[in-house]
Design a protein around this ligand. Structure first.
Ligand SMILES: NC(=O)c1ccc[n+]([C@@H]2O[C@H](COP(=O)([O-])OP(=O)(O)OC[C@H]3O[C@@H](n4cnc5c(N)ncnc54)[C@H](OP(=O)(O)O)[C@@H]3O)[C@@H](O)[C@H]2O)c1
Length: 228
């Protein structure tokens, strides 16, 4: 029998990819979105965030938890304050890892989906080093976990037309055709999760844009990419 979604939680579901995902999933089943602008409010970098997250998990029966929230300072490393780099690591690395610990401890039977970044995992960036390194570290850590302990999937999208992509980012300035609308990515994400759970697409746990011809050119074929 095909596996499907039952109830989902989208962490960072108020804007961008998370909002598109939330809107699509809500059409099919119960979906909860949490972020700094929802009620209840969840700031994943604050000390009360684990308790708010645990409450949501205990009050629902989530089959899928999507960690979509992400961010970090854009600019040369020393031009940005140290606390902004710490913030990026807290949001992109430490919180999803802490959530993984918790989900393992309660023997969570659903799927924990982390949104990586195909660009950050493929290219170096002097303008978003803490963002890129924290995303890459989280992906490496989560993919190293045993499937027996926790079912994790990592989905790494290419450039998307959201507020996270700065106005002076290279694709906005020189290659806007490389930027995909988040609702297209949300559609692929839902299809991929279902396919990967049914193991008809790829036995590995990483989303690889090369499986989708039209996405491949958006991610891996960037010979003239500039680091700004
Ligand atoms: N845009 C791209 O080009 C791109 C490319 C590859 C990967 N990604 C990844 O895709 C994911 C979604 O990015 P996006 O482009 O959709 O970003 P976005 O438009 O900036 O949206 C980010 C979402 O995360 C939430 N969020 C941010 N900080 C938070 C915090 N401290 N606590 C709770 N929620 C928080 C925001 O909601 P509130 O403001 O309401 O808190 C918002 O819903 C991220 O993981 C990003 O790294 C993006």
């Amino acid at each position: 029998m095909k596996k499907s979604f039952h109830e989902s939680l989208v962490l960072g579901g108020s804007r961008g990819l998370g909002q598109s995902l939330f809107q699509k999933l809500s059409q099919q089943h119960k979906c909860v979105a949490l972020s700094r602008s929802t009620d209840p409010k969840l700031d994943l970098t604050q000390s009360d965030s684990m308790q708010i997250f645990k409450n949501a998990v205990q009050e629902n029966s989530f089959s899928h938890i999507f960690y979509v929230a992400g961010g970090g300072p854009h600019g040369a490393f020393f031009d940005k304050p140290l606390h902004s780099h710490k913030w990026a690591f807290e949001l992109n690395y430490f919180k999803p890892v802490e959530i993984a610990y918790y989900l393992k401890s309660i023997l969570f039977k659903g799927v924990f989906v982390y949104i990586g970044s195909a660009i950050a995992e493929t290219y170096s960036s002097s303008q978003s080093s803490s963002y890129s390194l924290s995303k890459k570290s989280a992906v490496k850590t989560l993919l190293s976990l045993s499937e027996r302990d926790l079912k994790v999937r990592v989905f790494s999208p290419p450039y998307m037309n959201t507020s996270l992509l700065p106005p002076k980012a290279w694709p906005r300035l020189e290659n806007p055709e490389l930027i995909i609308e988040p609702n297209m990515v949300a559609k692929v994400l839902i299809e991929w999760i279902l396919d990967s759970l049914n193991e008809s697409l790829d036995p590995t746990k990483t989303f690889d844009p090369r499986h989708f011809d039209w996405l491949q050119s958006f991610t891996y074929n960037l010979p003239n990419r500039k680091d700004y």
